[in-house]
Design a protein around this ligand. Structure first.
Ligand code: PLP
Length: 356
């Protein structure tokens, strides 16, 4: 039976990417060697890294003056590297608190200096994106999280500010168009729209680096990686390869503007049903709803096991909500087909019929 994978992360990848990746594990580039048993300095792998970087540049229209890195440590290590590299000694940074991940980034930044939390949605269990706030002009940078994976809210616009902007785009990068020139640094763990866990994409404007006045350990210094073309040490070869394949898949199908339309359609279908069906209610503020993660609750908790049985029988997987929200979370990342959303919507309708 076909499985409809709504997992929040790691998550669904295009089937043809998985097929190619599994082939490369056995025989890569007709070398009769596995991708994961050859030198990362070999011609074949260097070509993979260069291709992955150029696809990022092309798909996101990254301007001149920015470097593209594939690092390790996940988005969680970027929570540390960002203040290490960008917060001046005795300086301060501004952060927008939109949920669990934003919170973790704030916690790490506080180890380096003053953190001004300009706004927080904690008062309403992070069900909305704060909009009226002032970014202090003396902040070294402003940090935000574009998509709140856990609570299902997404920034539909970014503030206009002269302060250097940094964004954690782990769960919506490559899902819609974004103007990279608005940001000095963007980072994203690979495992939501790009590839397997183990690689972290960093897009950074070169000129903002080297100014923190801190003695940064080599691995944690972005300049180290830039000077070595993202090959300072052994890169995560398999995650970089699979990310390259996923980006190629995206390009071949029409790129970011194509997937943005597909993602809009999926989200519309999903939220229309959540709003229409009297047995469910959405948890996020309507205008801030995420196109990637739709969170919803059953009106009657007692009927939950019945609904659970129905979606499991339909081949749906991974829609249990995060423990901090409860209910359900349907994650609709790039590789999730529209057909999977239709299947879930049909089950919700069927559930209504049986209860009606
Ligand atoms: C999943 C996620 C993270 C965590 O990333 P790791 O790579 O596991 O450290 C951070 N931020 C956001 C927005 C996420 O969705």
């Amino acid at each position: 039976m076909k499985v409809h994978n709504f997992s929040a992360g790691p998550c669904i990848l295009p089937p043809e990417v998985l097929r190619k990746a599994s082939g490369a594990v056995i025989n890569f580039d007709d070398l009769n060697l596995s991708l994961i048993e050859i030198s990362h300095r070999s011609k074949s792998f260097v070509a993979v890294m260069e291709r992955a970087q150029s696809l990022v540049r092309e798909l996101l229209k990254v301007p001149e003056g920015y470097s593209i890195l594939f690092l390790q440590g996940g988005a969680s290590l970027e929570f540390v590297m960002v203040p290490y590299n960008l917060m001046k000694k005795g300086g301060k940074a501004a952060y927008l608190d939109t949920g669990t991940w934003a919170n973790k980034s704030i916690k790490e930044a506080k180890r380096f200096g003053e953190v001004d939390v300009v706004a927080s949605a904690k008062d309403a269990n992070y069900s909305y994106i704060p909009k009226d706030y002032t970014i202090p002009s003396d902040a070294n940078y402003f940090h935000c999280t574009s998509n709140n994976t856990i609570f299902g809210v997404q920034m539909k616009a970014f503030p206009k500010t002269d302060v250097s902007m940094v964004c954690d785009m782990s769960s919506d990068i490559f899902s819609k168009r974004v103007d990279v020139s608005d940001f000095d640094l963007i980072y994203a763990g690979a495992q939501k729209n790009m590839g397997p866990a183990g690689a972290t994409l960093v897009i950074v404007k070169d000129e903002v680096l080297g100014k923190s006045g801190r003695d940064i350990p080599a691995y944690l210094d972005y300049q180290t990686h830039i000077s070595k073309d993202s090959m300072f040490n052994t890169p995560p070869v398999f995650p970089v390869y699979v990310s390259m394949l996923t980006l190629q898949w995206l390009k071949d199908n029409g790129g970011v503007s194509w997937i943005e339309q597909v993602n809009n359609k999926k989200a519309e279908l999903m939220y229309n049903e959540i709003d229409r069906n009297p047995l469910f209610k959405g948890t996020a503020e309507v205008e801030d709803r995420s196109n990637m993660n739709a969170c919803f609750l059953p009106i009657e908790e007692a009927s939950q096991p019945e609904f659970d049985k129905m979606w499991k029988e339909a081949g749906i997987s991974g829609i249990n909500g995060h423990r901090s929200v409860g209910g359900y979370r349907a994650s609709m990342y790039n590789a999730l087909p529209l057909e999977s959303v239709r299947t879930l919507v049909d089950v919700m309708k069927e559930f209504e019929r049986t209860k009606g």
